[in-house]
Design a protein around this ligand. Structure first.
Ligand SMILES: NC(=O)c1ccc[n+]([C@@H]2O[C@H](COP(=O)([O-])OP(=O)(O)OC[C@H]3O[C@@H](n4cnc5c(N)ncnc54)[C@H](O)[C@@H]3O)[C@@H](O)[C@H]2O)c1
Length: 461
């Protein structure tokens, strides 16, 4: 590949916008630098040009009129400090995703060099890990979601430093209290972007991957994103962990990989998988892709969780128990789909988060390359049972059993492996968490239960 030269992407301050556009076309970056006598005056990117043309600016006008005078650049003094260098690169990639080069300047903004970001990363090797050995840094990918918002505060409370990587599909307003913690940082980005993965993973001690297009309806609605995120990007996450020797890697999978069981025996981690949705298939492919990468420096663990329920700052009312609680409050009705005889293991989001902590802190030999079902046999319910538990809290609510629809998902699961190896026990019940949800609604914390932000798409059971 041709080496990018600074002169190929530089214009002087007396150039026209049209001149800059020619260089943008030929230069290979999505920007040109405006430099006079080695002094950086600013940058002009394709977005600045587009905006100015839309405003009616003529392309014969001077670039000075549209340039951004404060682009992200690397100061010579920062180059000597690996941490600061990294922070600057992170800022550049956040502001201009896909950037490949950064300008090196002195404290007078005199241009010193044009640096290839990949070379910089390789040369630095990001050996910051050692600084954090006594206060480990955990990357929680998808940490802004329903489960992430319960797990992250628990990790912070235990003294970990936490970095959340999330593309904030469901907004970020619920994150403010979590981000107020000095040991928590947010990297807004998409796991489908390799540069983002490199920045997020290069200096962490362990990673937990919760990011996904979650649930059958959401995957059915956007199959391309589901395959990209749940399978391809997840594999890239694991590859990046392995590259940076992030040994402990915990992947969020689901008991829905068991799909439609044959017979009535509880299914364990070695049982045949029978997925009935793209969501479950993408999770199986990811599990396999991740476990294939295992070696002496990469020790993945797969957690197959039951269907979650309970309160979270990123509330979800599209999960079966939460949806029933919501309609009991808002409509005085509890809907049961597809007859309600289907078996579903249920797990409170609080207990789920504890399972991740157990895994994070377990001796490596106990969890390396292992798959664990997460839940408890006592919470293997038929959907109708769940409705009846919730009805106890809302005795006046009408139970409506819809028999017309069909739900092929039906699985009874064994949790003896996680109980035995990690001493994992569930503490929360549907009954106790229902009270917490009611409190959040009655207190006005949750103002409108039908707000789209509480749903990954349409109601899922
Ligand atoms: N909720 C359940 O019942 C349940 C059950 C079993 C397993 N799981 C698994 O647990 C994990 C967390 O589920 P949840 O209920 O918290 O879901 P959620 O949808 O609330 O959270 C997922 C998070 O991932 C983020 N995300 C999605 N695509 C991304 C991308 N391309 N790049 C960066 N971030 C991205 C979203 O913004 C969101 O914050 C998922 O992997 C899910 O498959 C959930």
């Amino acid at each position: 590949m041709r080496k990018l030269k600074l002169k190929d992407i530089t214009v002087s301050s007396d150039s026209s916008i049209k001149n800059a556009m020619h260089l943008l076309d030929r230069g290979g970056l999505r920007l040109v630098f405006v430099i006079d006598e080695k002094k950086l005056l600013g940058i002009v990117s394709d977005s600045e040009i587009r905006k100015s043309i839309l405003k009616g600016t003529s392309v014969s006008e001077n670039v000075k009129n549209i340039l951004n005078p404060n682009p992200v650049v690397l100061q010579e003094i920062q180059l000597n400090n690996q941490y600061e260098t990294k922070m600057v690169i992170r800022k550049l990639i956040q502001k201009m995703p896909g950037s490949t080069h950064i300008l090196l300047v002195d404290n007078q903004k005199n241009v010193k060099d044009l640096i290839n970001i990949s070379t910089l990363i390789k040369e630095n090797q990001f050996p910051f890990k050692k600084n954090y050995q006594h206060n480990k840094r955990i990357l929680v990918i998808g940490g802004a979601g329903f489960l992430g918002c319960i797990l992250v505060p628990k990790l912070l409370k235990r003294g970990y430093k936490v970095r959340i990587l999330d593309n904030l599909m469901y907004g970020s307003s619920h994150l403010s209290p979590i981000l107020a913690h000095t040991n928590c940082e947010l990297l807004e980005g998409d796991i489908r972007n390799i540069s983002t993965l490199v920045l997020a993973l290069s200096d962490v001690d362990a990673a937990i991957n919760l990011a996904a297009i979650v649930g059958d309806p959401a995957c059915k609605n956007d199959p391309e994103s589901a395959i990209e995120t749940n399978y391809l990007a997840n594999k890239a996450v694991a590859e990046t962990c392995k590259y940076f020797q992030v040994n402990r890697f915990i992947y969020a999978s689901t008991c829905s990989v068991y799909g439609q069981m044959e017979g009535n025996d509880e299914l364990n981690e070695n049982s045949a998988l029978n997925p009935v949705s793209l969501y479950a298939k993408s999770k199986i492919q990811s599990e396999e892709g991740i476990l294939d990468l295992m070696d002496e420096n990469f020790s993945p663990t797969i957690l197959r969780m039951g269907t979650l329920y309970g309160y979270s700052p990123r509330m979800r009312f599209d999960l079966v128990a939460n949806a029933m609680t919501k309609t009991a409050i808002s409509e005085g009705k509890i809907h049961v789909h597809a007859g309600g005889k289907q078996w579903r293991p249920m797990l409170s989001v609080e207990d789920a988060a504890e399972a991740y902590i157990k895994c994070l802190e377990a001796p490596l030999e106990k969890i390396r390359g292992e798959i664990f079902n997460v839940g408890s046999e006592v919470q293997n319910y038929q959907i109708l049972d769940i409705a009846q538990i919730i009805k106890k809290s809302f005795p006046k609510a009408q139970l409506i059993v819809e028999k017309e629809s069909f739900d092929p998902r039906n699985y009874l699961v064994s949790f003896s492996k996680i109980q035995k190896i990690l001493k994992f026990k569930t503490k929360h019940t549907i009954d106790s968490t229902t009270k917490q949800i009611v409190k959040a609604i009655k207190s006005g914390e949750i103002k409108n239960v039908n707000d789209a932000k509480y749903y990954n798409i349409v109601i899922d059971s």
